[in-house]
Design a protein around this ligand. Sequence first.
Ligand code: LMR
Length: 391
Amino acid sequence: MAPGDPILGLTEAYLADPRLQKVNLGVGIYVDEQGQIPLLRAVREVEQALAAQAKPRGYLPIDGLPAYDTLTQHLLFGEDSPLLEAGRVATAQTIGGSGALRVGADLLKKVLPNARIAISSPSWENHRVVFGNAGFEVVDYRYYDAATHGLDFAGMLEDLGKLEPGTVVLLHACCHNPTGVDLDAQQWQQVVELIKARDLLPFVDIAYQGFDEGIDADATAIRLFAASGIEAFLIASSYSKSFSLYGERVGALSIVGADREEAARLRAKIKQTIRANYSSPSTHGGALVAGVLGSPELRAMWEAELAGMRERIHAMRAGLVEKLAAHGAPQFAFIQQQAGMFSYSGLSRAQVDRLREEYGIYALGTGRICVAALNRSNLDYVAEAVAAVSR
Ligand code: LMR
């Protein structure tokens, strides 16, 4: 029997829980004030137009919808990117961000069979699994400082500085999963310089673009790598969260090469890898994203909806901290400093177990909670329960 997945397995347990009062703070899914996963208006507009056309469903190209790939590049690198101008980026639509990671990992394993990969300690549970299954030795670099609930930046620089040249370094562009602890622009600049000096290969995972400060600010790491003169890096991106299209599996793998010719070779390699994995991506989700991003009007509508989600998360962070303090637990003020959907709450496994058993509140065993699953109806209940188990 294989063990259950630490994140998706928890949702299974949550769904099977017969209690009426229960809250799923496990999986990273944004829900609205009504506790529902939103269907964005901009997405619905495109969906209705697609349904009216009722087009046949042929296979997409191996690397997905060309418009989707181009629009994704602009979102990641910015509208006036010299890198895009120079044709140095190969992008392929993938089966979610996870698909992008796996395709990137398989491709890297072929071209750099002896490289190791370094991930943050801690990182998204599935990073270790995806790269491990692709045959990589996975090592950790220091990242989270449990004492301050913040970043161990000195430890991070020290560990990155000791990696062998050619090591792949996985970095979270924003809204670090699971901690919610991010680098600021100045710290990113230092990391970029170190990576360049040590000849490491960055693999940036950006699954929450727009969930902290905004589309461009959240892509700071990518923009700095692009401007750094580093010849090659990879990006796994996802629209699951930013478009609220979780089940459509809409992601992309982008690889930057030294020049247009290398990008063409990278595109061929990406396509070869995808063909051997799942052949080609699916049509519907890609068409939704491309339809929104390709229309100035719908794009503006989407940006406003994305801002609404971001602001609600900020409000929930503030609300949680306030209510925890009101329930006698002021030690959680750091939650307001963290960014994105997640917070490493500092709760122990035993406290998390109590939350689940006594209150029907599901959090990861590591203490990660999804702040985006809070709303005005469950906030007080959660705060009271967290305060109770922390006493
Ligand atoms: C999470 O971390 O909860 C999300 O990225 C969903 C997943 O696939 O794990």
